[in-house]
Structure formats: structure tokens, C-alpha cells
Design a protein around this ligand. Structure first.
Ligand code: ZN
Length: 202
């Protein structure tokens, strides 16, 4: 914890001072160009891997970068409301769904019993079960973890397209939707090529 306090002091004396003008410009409003949906994993840092500055990315993080499908509901829906706000209020131009290597959420998919007492995690990961089934049907029971992680990105984009305002804007060419995959150990980021139907390195 000491390091976090030290980090804040360093931010104030160094980073903030160096970018004071930017922070002052941002104090009243934000106009991010991209909604970035990624995993809560501590190793996945959207600002770092895209070299973005404050104000550029509107970030939604949750376990395994999942997107609940669209539904009317009176529950408290964090991811759904963040998507709604990013698209309808902030009018972002892009949405990136970014998966990553060695994802604990996706690994739990391969070992359904491993969630134990974490009933909410198990329930949440049901949103990704289709990815596991698709990969299994192509590669067999003992499929590679990265194939599920990548398939999961594509499945979540399908869920995203069930949001009426996302599909409308996407069809009208006002919103670009990307599927990314971040390989932590290799420091490589891949973008899904919709024509080639494969992830290609950026
Ligand atoms: Zn993850």
C-alpha cells in the first residue's frame, strides 16, 4: 500500500505538472473517442498498450471482458449502463472489445467446477459458455486456452450487436467495432480482420 501513496505523490509532482494544460482542459468535460471493454486483470492496461492520454478512452472492465446481451431490466447493470452512456451520451466513434492471454475467467470456462463458492463469477461466465462450445466443436475437448479467449471476443461482439443503438450506428457507419487480443508475454496486440476471419498483429 505504501507504494500506492508514493505513486500518488509522484503523479502529482511529475505527471500532473508535466500535463497540467491537458488536465485543466479536461476538468469540465470529456470527449473520449473510444469505448474500450477489457478484462479486470491487473496485467491488462488499455492506456498503456494504446499509449492513450486521459480523456481518450472510456473504459469498462469486468471479468473476461464480457458484454451481457441487450435486455430491458430493472436490475443494477454496470456494463450495460456504461455501454449505453458511452454510445448515447458520449457518442464514441469506436468500441474495442479486448481479450487477453492467460485469462482466469476463460480458464474457469474450461474447468466449470473451479469457481467453487464464487457463484457470481460462475453465473457471469455463463455469458461466455458459447465460446467454449464453439471451440470444442472445432478443436475437440482439450482445446487451447487462447482459442477460447479469442472466440470469446467475437462472441461478446455478437452480444454488443444486440444493443439496438450499437447495431444501428454500426450499420450507418457512425460506429466502428473492433475485436482485439492482447498477448501479455509477447507484448503483442492483434486486431480481428473481418474479411480474413483471423486475428492479425497490429
Ligand atoms: Zn481476463
Amino acid at each position: 500500500m505504501k507504494d500506492l501513496f508514493k505513486g500518488v505523490k509522484k503523479f502529482c509532482s511529475s505527471d500532473y505538472s508535466k500535463n497540467k494544460k491537458l488536465f485543466e482542459e479536461l476538468k469540465q468535460s470529456q470527449s473520449p473517442h473510444t469505448l474500450f471493454i477489457c478484462c479486470s486483470d491487473s496485467r491488462v492496461l488499455p492506456d498503456l498498450i494504446t499509449k492513450s492520454l486521459p480523456g481518450e478512452l472510456f473504459i469498462v472492465r469486468n471479468i473476461a471482458n464480457l458484454v451481457p446481451y441487450w435486455r430491458e431490466s430493472d436490475e443494477y447493470l454496470a456494463t450495460t449502463s456504461a455501454i449505453e452512456y458511452a454510445v448515447l451520451a458520449l457518442e464514441v466513434e469506436n468500441i474495442v472489445v479486448c481479450g487477453h492471454s492467460n485469462c482466469g475467467g476463460c480458464r474457469a470456462l474450461m474447468n466449470p467446477g473451479s469457481t467453487g463458492k464464487m457463484t457470481h463469477v460462475a453465473k457471469w461466465m455463463e455469458l461466455s459458455a458459447g465460446a467454449r462450445e464453439r471451440v470444442k466443436s472445432k478443436s475437440g475437448e482439450h482445446c487451447r486456452e487462447d482459442l477460447i479467449e479469442k472466440e470469446n471476443v467475437l462472441l461478446q461482439i455478437e452480444h454488443l450487436m444486440t444493443y439496438p443503438f450499437v447495431s444501428e450506428r454500426s450499420k450507418a457507419g457512425k460506429l466502428n467495432v473492433y475485436g482485439w487480443y492482447y498477448d501479455i508475454g509477447a507484448g503483442a496486440v492483434y486486431n480481428y480482420d473481418w474479411e480474413k476471419k483471423e486475428f492479425t498483429r497490429i
